[in-house]
Design a binder for this molecule. Structure first.
Ligand code: NAD
Length: 282
């Protein structure tokens, strides 16, 4: 079978969304939109993610403020800062860059962010909202994936979606979003027995594992939609995803590249959530 595989251009779709956000921010003037980012100085990749978010905020006119705490900071230091930001009228969104150092209590820190400022959608209240309704904010990466599928007019209802990875920030919220759109969803993880069999059944396959070349063309169902969430490096140190992109060409119907697929959409959705937060706070 030789299918013409369409590469989904996440950078292009994200730029359309960023323009919409920019227009919305301008329309809100003289009110401003403010995002506070808390980071603990650890590894360099987190700093790159933060720089990218800051650049995107600058582009759309969101005022971002980065708080960089040193590695010896405690959970209480972060909680004190969150308390100040929760009370500040100029702060619409608060984001804590994960992962935090091991000595910090990540779930207590996330829980301290006011749900109405939790633009990452990681709080229990916002996650629960995906099940029960009433979520203020939904997690940015799954939201970005849903936006990619919708932009490409990919049918979701009735499709078998296989998600590899069960994290609270990608796999679980994405499963609920797909379910809410009438997909049949299967969540796989490190303990899944016979993962290969599950992958072969996927009309839409989403991989969020973080292992280079974890998925190859031989493993997927012909005409599958392949969404690669992973961010990792290949044997030459080059940035890549979970999917061996070239081996899926001619087999998948759609595929997202890394970089330039899900990553830019995550940032675009964060910006969108910030505007929503500001609108809620007016
Ligand atoms: P994680 O790192 O917390 O967990 C990885 C998941 O993979 C786990 O659920 C685990 O059960 C599963 N897994 C590991 N080995 C497996 C195996 N052999 N078979 C099946 N499942 C296996 O998950 P995360 O935080 O969702 O991140 C996953 C990847 O997605 C990482 O590479 C991360 O950098 C990337 N990521 C990208 C974006 C983006 O915007 N593009 C956003 C978030 C995460």
């Amino acid at each position: 079978m030789n299918i013409e595989t369409k590469k989904i251009d996440g950078t292009k779709i994200a730029s359309i969304i960023k323009q919409e956000v920019k227009d919305a921010v301008e329309a809100m003037a003289p009110e401003t939109v403010g995002l506070s980012v808390i980071t603990v100085q650890t590894n360099s990749s987190a700093q790159i993610y933060i720089k990218n978010k800051q650049k995107a905020c600058d582009y759309v006119g969101i005022k971002s403020q980065i708080y960089t705490l040193d590695e010896s900071s405690t959970t209480n230091n972060v909680l004190e800062l969150i308390e100040v930001l929760n009370d500040s009228h100029s702060v619409d969104g608060i984001l804590v860059q994960l992962p935090l150092p091991k000595h910090m209590d990540q779930s207590t820190i996330i829980a301290a962010i006011s749900p109405s400022k939790d633009v990452d959608g990681f709080s229990k209240e916002n996650l629960a909202g995906l099940i029960a309704g009433g979520s203020s904010f939904e997690s940015c990466t799954p939201l970005g994936i849903m936006a990619l599928l919708k932009h490409e007019n990919i049918e979701i209802a009735g499709k078998k979606c296989v998600i590899i990875g069960r994290s609270n920030i990608v796999g679980k919220p994405l499963a609920l979003m797909l379910l809410n759109e009438d997909a049949t969803v299967c969540i796989c993880h490190s303990k899944t027995v016979n993962l290969a069999n599950e992958i072969k059944t996927a009309d839409i396959l989403i991989s969020a594992v973080g292992k280079a070349k974890f998925i190859t063309g031989a493993m997927i169902k012909p005409k599958a939609v392949v969404i690669d969430v992973g961010i990792t490096h290949d044997e030459n140190g080059k940035l890549c995803g979970d999917v061996d992109f070239d081996s899926c060409l001619g087999i998948a119907e759609y595929i997202t590249p890394v970089p330039g697929g899900v990553g830019p959409m995550t940032i675009a959705m964060l910006l969108k959530n910030c505007v929503r937060a500001a609108q809620l706070h007016v």
